[in-house]
Design a protein around this ligand. Structure first.
Ligand code: FAD
Length: 444
């Protein structure tokens, strides 16, 4: 059953309400009287940010100053500092002398900010399709088809002059691996762990050498004193995330300009030089903690953590009849030897890939310009380049690593990027004859 939600055409429709579009909702609201008529649609039934990985003691990979607003406007009341003050922890946080809060605290901050813009978002609302609506001379409007998550057979539609896609990253499993009760992706880690019935001496296999893999390995060893963990990865050892001051500049707003202007060869070299600021790397403190734990256990004659380095998982299959668990085939890459180990649970911390915007955009894809590599062309303000036959704006938050660099899917640029998108949207709308009367963000 489909229904037209309301006849008013939105100036801006946001798809997804993670940190990126939350920051945009705030940036638009803070434009005061110029704020467009915007609504955001989020498939989760409440605000959440990587809940499956809110591991105790896990910390942020960025300074608290890279919150939703500070780099755009340090006077905003949506800053992490304002959150601390409202929760009576400002002085305590200062005395803590840290720049990186725990992930759990940052989640609480994000949820606090989201709760302050309730009129901006419809939760439990999954956008399942976007269709062009032809105008007199061009497609100047799109129709969103929105599924009610609580009642999946029910859809409604909404018209919008601009779209902002911020649908985040998608969990990536190696080819041929299917998730199951015993085979998980790291994004589900805490949810699945909570469902496990108590059992002694479990064996876990953790695949991957990035931050999530290391956090999961450390958490399992710390939480289950009699558990054994096989860590499998193709590196020789966990490698350190480069967060040193000069290298960290790759996450600066100015780096986006440089990357955007650079030739494909320079872009490629920048990603190669600085990929180790984000990809397949681990905080040094965590590496040292895992090493310390393994060494202390060795001293005591305990061997719970086994690292299969320079190795890869070749296959995962149910164990033989009558045996619990799964059989994991692990190939040692130097000589190709394959060992089969039995594991109760296998966790693939094998990363994410950006959501491809094109399937959701459906027929709109026909208007979109691609570059020589078949990638979306995106202007500096994150607006997808389209033919003149489409005047409706399509903006991307995330999925722009090929044009805007390594911070595209990260929080580092969220405040600034959402400010730039808000500015671009408002500039376009100022010149749009079809635009609705402006005002504060309205109820969707
Ligand atoms: C465990 C973990 C820790 C991280 N820590 C950091 C960190 O410390 N620092 C950092 O800079 N980055 C970090 N990242 C990177 C991460 O990508 C960003 O933190 C952040 O989540 C990006 O925000 P986003 O809003 O773009 O995407 P997301 O947070 O992924 O949000 C996207 C939202 O869109 C919704 N959605 C998707 N499709 C639809 C649809 N069709 N209709 C409606 N809603 C939809 C999803 O439900 C989701 O809520 C981390 C990532 C992970 C996995």
């Amino acid at each position: 059953m489909a229904s037209q939600e309301t006849s008013r055409t939105l100036d801006v429709a946001g798809i997804g309400f993670g940190p990126s579009n939350l920051a945009l909702a705030i940036a638009l609201r803070e434009r005061g009287r110029e704020a467009p008529n915007a609504a955001f649609f989020e498939r989760s039934t409440s605000f959440g940010w990587h809940r499956g990985m809110l591991i105790d003691d896990a910390t942020m990979q960025i300074s608290f100053l890279k919150d939703l607003v500070t780099l755009r406007d340090p006077r905003s009341s949506f800053s992490f500092l304002c959150y601390l003050q409202e929760h009576g922890r400002l002085v305590d946080f200062i005395n803590h002398q840290i720049l990186v809060p725990s992930r759990a605290e940052f989640h609480d901050y994000l949820a606090w900010a989201a709760a302050r813009v309730p009129e901006a978002v419809s939760y439990g609302s999954e956008v399942i399709a976007v269709r062009p609506v032809p105008g007199d001379r061009a497609v100047d409007c799109v129709e969103l088809v929105i599924r009610d998550v609580a009642e999946p057979g029910r859809t409604r539609t909404r018209l919008a002059r601009n779209l902002v896609l911020a649908t985040g990253l998608q969990p990536a499993l190696p080819d041929g691996v299917e998730p199951s009760d015993r085979v998980w992706h790291s994004s589900d880690f805490l949810h699945r762990l909570a469902e496990l019935p108590p059992a002694p001496e479990r064996t876990f296999t953790v695949v991957g050498a990035g931050q999530s893999a290391a956090e999961i390995t450390n958490h399992l060893l710390g939480t289950f004193p009699d558990a054994r963990v096989h860590a499998v990865f193709s590196r020789y050892g966990y490698s350190v995330a480069d967060d040193s001051p000069f290298a960290n500049r790759i996450f600066d707003p100015a780096a986006v300009d440089d990357y955007y202007l650079a030739s494909p060869a320079v872009r490629e070299s920048l990603m190669r030089y600085h990929g180790n600021a984000n990809y397949s790397v681990v905080d040094l403190d965590l590496i040292k903690e895992i090493y310390r734990r393994q060494y202390q256990e060795k001293v005591a004659g305990i061997h719970r953590l086994r690292i299969a380095n320079v190795s890869r998982v070749r296959a995962v299959a149910p164990a033989a009849a009558g045996v619990d668990g799964v059989e994991v085939q692990i190939e040692f890459l130097p000589n190709g030897d394959v060992e089969t180990v039995n594991s109760d649970i296998v966790i693939f911390a094998t990363g994410y890939r950006p959501a491809d915007p094109l399937p959701l955009l459906g027929e709109l894809a026909d208007f979109i310009e691609l570059d020589d590599e078949g990638m979306l062309r995106v202007d500096r303000n994150y607006r997808v380049v389209t033919s003149e036959k489409l005047t409706c704006g399509i903006y991307l938050q995330g999925a722009t690593e090929h044009t805007h660099g390594i911070s595209s899917s990260l929080l580092s640029m969220t405040a600034v990027r959402s400010g730039e998108i808000a500015e671009s949207l408002c500039a376009d709308l100022r010149h749009s004859p079809a635009r609705a009367v402006t005002g504060a963000l309205r109820t969707p």
